[in-house]
Ligand binder design. Structure first.
Ligand code: MG
Length: 304
């Protein structure tokens, strides 16, 4: 054996010894693959209608285009009468409707049949308009804490919710869109607080038109941003909202609290191709805080 062969066999031997001494549990399928979180996945950012400065929709969209924002999230109120206005404003731009934010009257878990009927009618109008605008879906909350009288938080109510959502989801599919359940924090909506619970309801509705989302602000309820998004996965996760994590203003305005890397890592690993949409105000000068927030999210996406 010459010196080179000796070195080769020594290196191989050392590697074999190292492998043999590694506990089997560390070599399970849970071991992260090298670079698993570094996939080249595009970050699609979106603004709600009130996020960008501008006196008109055209001015807001100009501002968004300059920042490279490719999604627009209007409110659902009066949407049926805005379809041509919004379509024309987006024509020729690299911006599309991301999701529609609520805007209906009544609520799906209303005890009063008249309030439930109001929800059914107004929500269906918004879903139809959302389909015409090629939106990923219409965001809804089953019941805010303050909405009364509300069906009790029981097994029967959950079954009823799944049945009702099935019908609504099938209608959304016919319209070419979806309905998106948004979990909130306990102060706003005790009924639905966790992304995994929303995803389980989506599954149990047995309709491809029922999806869910995560909102980094409300996700203070979660024990893990990563696990929350992973629990929904590509099958159910249809939208994401973002705000700062202390005061619900621009990402970055709450300093170190505004860390989205763990959640973004999940989004990248699942190759999430929908939008992260701003839902926040600002405590500072929007002309400064908004571009800074976009920059912060882009740099954290790179890190994730
Ligand atoms: Mg939200």
């Amino acid at each position: 054996m010459d010196r080179r062969d000796f070195l080769k066999s020594t290196v191989a031997g050392t590697a074999a010894i190292a492998l043999a001494s590694t506990p089997l549990s560390l070599l399970s399928s849970c071991t992260p693959k090298a670079g698993a979180g570094k996939k080249n996945v595009t970050l699609n950012l979106s603004f709600q209608e009130g996020t960008a400065p501008g006196a008109s929709l055209a001015e807001k969209l100009d501002y968004m285009e300059n920042l490279g924002i490719t999604g627009f999230e209007p409110g659902g109120h009066n949407l049926a009468n805005r379809v041509s206005e919004i379509s024309q404003a987006l024509n020729g731009r690299n911006i599309r409707v991301s999701a529609i934010c609520a805007g209906f009257s009544g609520f799906i878990l209303a005890e009063d049949p008249a309030v439930k009927a109001e929800f059914d009618a107004t929500m269906r109008d918004i879903v139809a308009a959302a389909g015409e605008l090629h939106s990923t879906g219409v965001i809804m909350v089953p019941a805010f804490n303050g909405q009364r009288p509300c069906l009790p938080h029981t097994m029967e109510t959950r079954n009823y919710l799944c049945e009702q959502l099935h019908e609504l989801g099938e209608y959304a599919v016919k319209c070419g869109t979806t309905v998106i359940l948004e979990p909130l924090n306990r102060r706003e909506c005790f009924y639905l607080r966790l992304v995994a619970d929303a995803a389980a309801i989506c599954r149990d509705t047995q309709s491809k038109g029922v999806k869910c989302m995560g909102d980094f602000w409300h996700m203070q309820e979660e024990t893990s941003d990563y696990a929350a998004f992973m629990s929904a996965g590509r099958e159910y996760l249809q939208h994401v909202h973002v705000a700062s994590r202390g005061r619900r203003i621009m990402p970055g305005e709450d300093g170190d609290k505004d860390n989205y890397v763990d959640g973004m890592r999940a989004l990248k690993e699942m190759e999430y191709d929908k939008f992260i949409s701003f839902e926040c105000g600002t405590a500072g000068d929007r002309a400064v805080t908004l571009p800074a927030a976009v920059e912060l999210l882009r740099s954290q996406w790179e890190q994730a």
